[in-house]
Design a protein. Structure first.
Lengths: 504, 678
C-alpha cells in the first residue's frame, strides 16, 4: 500500500457527525410532513445560495479530514513499507503546489519578488541590496517587469474560462435532469430555471455556483505559478493556510456546539420547567461557572492537558495526533464553559412556556414530564437554539483566536484562523505593513459565518409554522396592531386553508 | 345639533402584501358635540383602523387614500404633521383597550399627564401639578395628591384605565375616541368606567366615538349607533331605533346570536361563514354570502343607503324602494329545538342521585416567600374553603370577577394545582390523596377547555398529534393506527370541522375553529366532566354562539357534565343549570339558575347582576354601583370579605364571616342580612 490511513479523534467525530446528518435526512424523507417543511428551506433564494457556499466549505473541510501517511520509498522492497511521519490529508494532495512551494519570507499576493530587500550576491561577485526574485512565484517569467501583468491576466482568464465551461456543463446536466423530472422539453425546463418559476430557486444556486466556479477556476490556474494570497513570514502560502484553517474552524464550531448542547438544552429546560430545588441547583451551578473567568479556566485545563501530552510522548505516533488531541480537548473545554448563556435563555423560555395552556392541557392528560419536555417545550425553543448556535459559531472561532494568543489555543503546528490572526498582529505593526494574511482570514471567516447565518435563518423561517402564515396571511390581515381579543382575524382561515391545501 | 366631526368617504388601505387590504372602505359618519357615537362590529371589520385614521396614527403599512375628516370644518387630512400634533391630545384624544399596555411602566402617572399638559399648554410647574390633581380627582382617584406620584404597577386595572382617561382629558379634547375602553375590565369595574365616561361627557360636553363589540355597552352609552361590517358602515340609527327595529340582516342575526335566558332550550342563531377577505373588490353586498335573506340582486349590485325613518339608514337591498314588497319580516332562525324534552320540567330531586363531583371545603393557598432564605411570610388565599357539587349531566356555572379564584378551583379539581386542604370527591373517589400513577388511570374522566384558544394549542403540533396526545397518554384505546385515525375523524366531525384539518397546524385556524379543536382534544378521552374555563370570552359574539351551541349539543348527546367558569352573565343564563357566585376565594351564593338570576340575595350578586350592561333598558332592580376594586387575596378583609364594598354593610360584617342562610332546597347564601344557621 502506498499509504496508511490515519484516523484521528476529531476525524472519527466528524465522520460520526456526517453519519448522524445522513440518518437524520433519511428519517425526514420517511416522514412526509417533516419533508414538506424541510423542502421549504429549498425554496428560499438566500438560503440556497448560502447553502451552496457552505457546502463548498464543508467539502474542503471534509477533504481535509481524510488523513493518511504516505509511504516512503524504501531501499529494500521486500521489507515492510515505511510510512512518513507527516500526516497528510486529501486536500494536501489536491493542492500540492501550495504546500510544497515555500518561499523564503513575506511576499505580496501575486508578487514576483520578495516583500523585503535583502543582500544578494551578483554573479560578478558584487553585493547588492534589492528585492530578490521569488523561488516559485512568477519564476517562469524572463522579464517580470514587462510580462507580469499580462501573464496574470491571461492565466486567470483561462482559468475563469475553464470554470465557466464546467458551469455550463452543470447547467446542461441540471436542465436535462429537470426536464426528465417534470417531463417537459429541454427548452421549457430552461425557462423554468431562469424565469424563476420553479419552486426551488435554481437561478440563485446557479449564479452563486457561477461566481464560485469562476473564482476557483482563476485561482487554480494561478496557484502553480503564483502565490495568489501572498506568503507569510516563513514563506508559506497564505491561501494554503486559509484552506487548512477551514477544517479547524468547522471542528471547533460544530464539536463545541455538540458538546455544549446537551448541557444547555437539558439543564436549561429542566430548570425552567421543574422550578423548585432543581432550578436552584442548576442556577447555582451555572452562576458559579460563569463567575470563574473563562480564559483562566480554559488555560488551566489546556495546560494540564499539555503536561499530560508531554509526559506521555509514547502514546502519540505523530505530531498530528498530538495536535489533534489538543484540538479535541479544547473543543470539550470550550463546550463545558460556554453552555451557560444558552442555558439561561432556555430557562427563561421554558418558564414562560410551562405556564401556557397547552402544557396545562398536557398535564391534564397526565402526559409524562419527559414527553412534555420533548414534545411541547423542545420544539418551541428550537428557534432560539438554532440562532444561538449560529451566533456562537463565529464567537467560538474568535475564542480560539484569543486562546491561541494567550498560548493555550490549538497546537502551534496546527494552522487555524486564530493563529493566522495572531500572526497578523505583528505583521500589521510592521512597516511596510503586511496586510494579506489578515485579509485572507477575514474574507474566509466572513464567507463561512455569513453563509452559516443566512442558512440558519432560512431553516428557522421554514421550520416555524407561525412565520409561514404570517407571510401568507399578510395580505389578508387587516389589523396588524391588534393586541387583545382575537389576535388573528377571522378572515384568514378560508384563504390560508385553501392555499396550504394545494401545497401539501 | 352642531356637527363636530364629519367623516366623508374615508378609505384606508393597508399595504401589508401584494394586494392592498381595504380596511376602511368609504366610511362616512357625523358626530355632534356632546354626543356618543358607537361604532359596533366584530373583530377585523375595520373599527380600530377608523379610529387610527382619525388620529392619523396608522401603522407604517397603512395609508389613507381618499376621503375627508373634518373637525369643525378643518380637514385633518390636509394638515401638515406639526399642525396635527397640536390636534392630537388637544382636540381629539384616544383611550385604548389595554390599560396595562398603554401606560409607560417607568414613568409616574403625574409625569405621563404632565407630558400632555406641557405639549398643549404653557403652565408653570405648580399650576401644572394643580391641574394634574384636578384631573385625577375628576376621574375618581381618591387621594390624588399622593397617588399621582405612583407608578402604573401600583394601580389596579380599573385605576389604570381611569388614569388613562385622565391623560386623555388633560388637553380638554372635543372628541374622545374610546377603543374598546372596558373590554379588558371586569363587569363591576366596567360599570364604574362607563359611569365615569358619561359623567365627564355631561360635564365637559365632549363627543365620544365609542368603538366596541359589546351590544350591552352600546345600549348603555350611545346616542347614535353605526354597525360596521367588512370595512363599511351597514346601518346607522339612533339607539332606540337600533335596538327596537334593527334593520340590516347582519344586525338582526347578531342580536339573534346573543345568548339570553329565553333562548335556553334553543340553539342560538349562527351567522354562517366568515367575514370576507378585505383584499377583494366587492361587486355586491358584502354580507350577501352569509345573509339568510339574500336575493339575486345582493350578489350583483352594491346596495345604496336606504332611509327607513328619519335618522335610521341601512345599506341593504331589502329596503330599496323597488324591493319594497319583498318579504321583510325578520326570519331569525332560532327555532331549532333540541331533541331532549324541556329540561326545566324534569328536574330530578337532587338528593336522589349522588353527585358526580363533590368538592368540600377546598382550600388553595399560595405561599408568599421573601428574603434570602425564602421564608414564608404569608399566603395568597386564592381559594379559601369552597364547597360545591355537580350532578351528572348538569351544568354548574362558577361566576365571579377576575382574581376571585375561579380558575384556581378548576385547576385544583384537575389536580393541576395541589390543593392545600379539603376534599374533592369524583364519583365518590377522593382525588387529593391519589398518586400520579393512580390519578393517571382516572384522568380521562375529567378534562378542561381553556380560555385563550391561541395559547391552548401547541403551535408546533398538527391537529392530529394534538388529538392523539391525550389518547396515547391515557391509553384510552391501545388499538391500531387505523382505529385511531377513525377516532380522530369522528372527533373532528363531532365538533363540526372537516376531516382534512387534522394535517394542519393550529395557526391556520381562526379563534372559533381553534376552540373547536381544543374541545375535540378534551373529548378525545371521553370525559364525563368537562371544566370550561371561560371558553368563549376571547371570541366574537357570532363565534361565541357557535361554541355555545356546540357545547350544548355535546351535553345533550353525550351527557357530559360541565363546570362552566365564566364572568359572562348572559352565557350563564343561557347555559347553566346551577350557579355559584364567588367572591375573593369563597362562594357567597349558590342555587338554581332561576333563583340566582331572578332573586339574588347576596349584595354582591345583586351588584354583579346590575352591573352587566343590558340591551333591554327595563330594569326590575335599581342600579348598584360598587365602589373600589377587588381586595388582594393575600390580605382579605376581616369578617365578610365583601364588607368594604358592600352598600348594606353592618358592624357585624367587619367582625365575623357569615354562616349559611338557606332560602330553598337549593338556594343558599352567606350574608348577615338573612337569618343565620348555626
Amino acid at each position: 500500500m502506498p499509504f496508511d490511513l490515519v484516523l484521528l479523534w476529531t476525524d472519527a467525530l466528524i465522520y460520526l457527525f456526517v453519519l448522524m446528518i445522513l440518518i437524520g435526512m433519511g428519517y425526514v424523507r420517511r416522514h412526509p410532513h417533516l419533508l414538506a417543511s424541510w423542502k421549504r428551506v429549498g425554496h428560499s433564494a438566500s438560503g440556497m445560495s448560502s447553502l451552496t457556499i457552505l457546502l463548498f466549505f464543508l467539502l474542503i473541510g471534509f477533504l481535509d479530514t481524510i488523513h493518511f501517511r504516505p509511504a516512503l520509498e524504501s531501499n529494500n522492497s521486500q521489507s515492510e513499507p515505511i510510512y512518513s511521519v507527516d500526516v497528510l490529508s486529501a486536500l494536501d494532495i489536491l493542492v500540492t503546489p501550495l504546500r510544497t512551494q515555500v518561499e523564503k519570507t513575506y511576499s505580496a499576493p501575486l508578487a514576483t519578488h520578495l516583500y523585503a530587500k535583502e543582500t544578494i550576491e551578483l554573479p560578478d561577485g558584487q553585493q547588492m541590496r534589492t528585492f530578490a526574485r521569488l523561488q516559485y512565484g512568477g519564476a517562469h517569467l524572463q522579464h517580470p517587469e514587462t510580462e507580469h501583468a499580462t501573464d496574470v491576466w491571461v492565466r486567470s482568464l483561462q482559468g475563469a474560462g475553464y470554470g465557466f465551461a464546467v458551469w455550463c456543463l452543470l447547467l446542461i446536466a441540471l436542465t436535462a435532469a429537470l426536464s426528465k423530472q417534470y417531463e417537459c422539453s429541454f427548452k421549457q425546463s430552461f425557462g423554468l430555471v431562469w424565469q424563476r418559476t420553479s419552486e426551488t430557486p435554481w437561478y440563485a444556486i446557479l449564479i452563486t455556483l457561477l461566481i464560485l466556479l469562476l473564482l476557483v477556476g482563476c485561482v487554480s490556474a494561478l496557484i502553480g505559478y503564483y502565490h495568489v494570497l501572498g506568503t507569510d513570514k516563513v514563506g508559506q502560502d497564505v491561501l494554503y493556510q486559509s484552506l487548512k484553517s477551514i477544517r479547524v474552524a468547522l471542528v471547533i464550531g460544530t464539536l463545541t456546539t455538540l458538546i455544549m448542547l446537551p448541557f444547555a438544552l437539558l439543564l436549561g429546560i429542566m430548570a425552567g420547567y421543574f422550578r423548585g430545588w432543581i432550578d436552584d441547583v442548576i442556577q447555582y451551578v451555572y452562576t458559579t461557572l460563569n463567575s470563574i473567568p473563562g480564559v483562566l479556566l480554559i488555560a488551566a485545563a489546556v495546560l494540564m492537558m499539555q503536561v499530560y501530552i508531554e509526559t506521555h510522548p509514547d502514546i502519540f505516533d505523530t505530531t498530528a495526533a498530538r495536535a489533534d488531541l489538543r484540538l479535541l480537548f479544547l473543543c470539550i473545554i470550550l463546550g463545558i464553559t460556554s453552555w451557560t448563556g444558552l442555558c439561561r435563555l432556555l430557562r427563561g423560555e421554558a418558564m414562560k412556556l410551562r405556564e401556557l395552556e397547552y402544557i396545562q392541557a398536557a398535564h391534564a392528560f397526565g402526559v409524562s414530564h419527559w414527553r412534555i419536555i420533548t414534545r411541547h417545550i423542545l420544539p418551541n425553543v428550537m428557534h432560539l437554539v438554532l440562532i444561538a448556535i449560529v451566533m456562537d459559531f463565529s464567537s467560538l472561532v474568535l475564542a480560539e483566536a484569543v486562546l491561541s494568543y494567550v498560548g493555550v489555543g490549538v497546537d502551534p503546528s496546527m494552522i487555524s484562523f486564530g493563529t493566522m490572526i495572531n500572526a497578523a498582529r505583528l505583521e500589521m505593526a510592521r512597516e511596510p505593513m503586511v496586510w494579506w494574511a489578515l485579509l485572507a482570514a477575514f474574507i474566509f471567516m466572513l464567507a463561512l459565518v455569513l453563509s452559516a447565518n443566512l442558512f440558519a435563518d432560512a431553516v428557522q423561517h421554514a421550520l416555524d409554522p407561525r412565520t409561514r402564515t404570517l407571510r401568507h396571511s399578510n395580505r389578508l390581515k387587516h389589523r396588524p396592531h391588534q393586541s387583545g381579543k382575537n389576535a388573528v382575524p377571522v378572515t384568514i382561515e378560508t384563504n390560508t386553508v385553501a392555499k396550504t391545501n394545494h401545497r401539501i | 345639533m352642531n356637527t363636530l366631526v364629519e367623516i366623508d368617504q374615508l378609505k384606508t388601505v393597508l399595504h401589508a402584501s401584494d394586494e392592498p387590504i381595504r380596511a376602511v372602505d368609504g366610511l362616512s359618519l357625523k358626530i355632534a358635540s356632546g354626543e356618543t357615537f358607537a361604532l359596533l362590529g366584530e373583530s377585523g371589520c375595520g373599527k380600530s383602523m377608523t379610529a387610527l385614521s382619525i388620529m392619523r396614527l396608522l401603522p407604517d403599512v397603512g395609508e389613507i387614500i381618499s376621503g375627508q375628516i373634518r373637525i369643525k370644518g378643518i380637514d385633518l387630512l390636509q394638515l401638515p404633521e406639526f399642525a396635527m400634533r397640536r390636534i392630537r391630545g388637544k382636540r381629539i384624544s384616544m383611550i385604548f383597550q389595554e390599560p396595562m399596555l398603554s401606560l409607560n411602566p417607568v414613568m409616574t402617572i403625574a409625569e405621563q399627564i404632565h407630558e400632555v399638559l406641557s405639549q398643549h399648554s404653557q403652565l408653570s410647574h405648580s399650576s401644572a401639578q394643580q391641574r394634574i390633581v384636578e384631573l385625577l380627582e375628576q376621574v375618581g382617584i381618591s387621594d390624588a395628591e399622593h397617588r399621582m406620584h405612583e407608578y402604573p404597577f401600583q394601580f389596579s386595572g380599573g385605576m389604570k384605565q381611569r388614569a388613562m382617561i385622565a391623560i386623555a382629558l388633560a388637553g380638554e379634547p372635543e372628541l374622545l375616541i374610546a377603543d374598546e375602553p372596558t373590554t379588558a375590565l371586569d363587569v363591576t369595574i366596567q360599570a364604574q368606567v362607563l359611569d365615569l365616561l358619561r359623567q365627564i361627557q355631561q360635564r365637559n360636553h365632549m363627543a365620544i366615538l365609542l368603538i366596541t363589540h359589546d351590544l350591552g355597552v352600546v345600549a348603555e352609552m350611545a346616542q347614535q349607533v353605526g354597525v360596521m361590517y367588512a370595512g363599511e358602515i351597514v346601518e346607522m340609527a339612533s339607539r332606540e331605533d337600533f335596538f327596537n327595529h334593527p334593520a340590516h340582516p347582519y344586525t338582526q342575526q347578531l342580536f339573534a346570536s346573543l345568548p339570553e335566558k329565553h333562548k335556553r332550550n334553543h340553539a342560538l342563531a349562527v351567522i354562517q361563514g366568515t367575514v370576507p377577505s378585505l383584499a377583494q373588490i366587492f361587486v355586491g353586498c358584502r354580507f350577501a354570502d352569509r345573509c339568510q335573506q339574500a336575493m339575486a340582486v345582493c350578489h350583483e349590485h352594491i346596495p345604496r343607503w336606504s332611509l327607513i325613518t328619519d335618522g335610521h339608514q341601512v345599506r341593504c337591498h331589502l329596503y330599496d324602494s323597488k324591493n319594497q314588497h319583498a318579504e321583510r319580516s325578520a326570519v331569525i332562525n332560532d327555532s331549532i329545538i333540541f331533541g331532549a324534552p324541556d329540561k326545566n320540567t324534569d328536574i330530578e330531586p337532587i338528593t336522589a342521585v349522588s353527585p358526580l363531583l363533590r368538592v368540600t371545603d377546598l382550600k388553595v393557598h399560595f405561599p408568599i416567600r421573601k428574603g434570602f432564605f425564602k421564608r414564608i411570610v404569608g399566603h395568597v388565599r386564592a381559594v379559601d374553603g369552597v364547597s360545591l357539587q355537580i350532578s351528572a349531566g348538569k351544568t354548574l356555572a362558577l361566576v365571579g370577577e377576575s382574581g376571585c379564584g375561579k380558575t384556581t378551583i378548576g385547576k385544583s379539581i384537575l389536580q393541576l394545582i395541589q390543593p392545600t386542604a379539603g376534599s374533592i370527591l369524583f364519583k365518590n373517589r377522593e382525588l387529593i390523596s391519589l398518586s400520579r400513577s393512580q390519578l393517571q388511570k382516572i384522568r380521562s374522566q375529567f378534562q378542561i377547555i381553556f380560555q385563550d384558544p391561541f395559547s391552548s394549542l401547541n403551535p408546533r403540533m398538527r391537529v392530529r398529534e394534538t388529538l392523539l396526545e391525550g389518547m396515547n397518554a391515557l391509553c384510552v384505546n391501545q388499538l391500531s393506527d387505523t382505529h385511531n385515525e377513525q377516532e380522530i375523524d369522528l372527533l373532528l366531525q363531532r365538533v363540526g370541522l372537516p376531516i382534512e384539518v387534522k394535517w394542519r397546524f393550529p395557526h391556520e385556524f381562526s379563534g372559533g375553529q381553534r376552540q373547536r379543536i381544543a374541545i375535540a382534544r378534551a373529548l378525545a378521552v371521553n370525559p364525563e366532566l368537562l371544566i370550561c374555563d371561560e371558553p368563549t370570552s376571547a371570541l366574537d359574539v357570532s363565534v361565541q354562539a357557535q361554541i355555545l351551541n356546540l357545547l350544548k349539543s355535546l351535553q345533550s348527546s353525550l351527557g357530559i357534565t360541565f363546570l362552566f367558569i365564566t364572568h359572562n352573565i348572559a352565557v350563564v343564563e343561557y347555559l347553566a343549570d346551577e350557579v355559584a357566585v364567588m367572591y375573593l376565594g369563597r362562594i357567597v351564593e349558590q342555587g338554581q339558575v332561576d333563583e340566582i338570576m331572578d332573586t339574588p340575595k347576596h349584595p354582591y350578586t345583586q351588584a354583579l347582576l346590575s352591573s352587566v350592561p343590558k340591551i333591554k333598558q327595563d330594569r326590575n332592580h335599581p342600579l348598584i354601583r360598587l365602589k373600589g376594586d377587588l381586595p388582594s387575596p393575600a390580605a382579605p378583609p376581616s369578617g365578610c370579605h365583601f364588607h368594604p364594598r358592600c352598600p348594606k354593610a353592618m358592624p357585624i360584617c367587619r367582625e365575623q364571616y357569615p354562616a349559611v342562610s338557606t332560602f330553598s332546597n337549593t338556594h343558599t347564601s352567606h350574608c348577615f342580612l338573612y337569618s343565620q344557621e348555626s
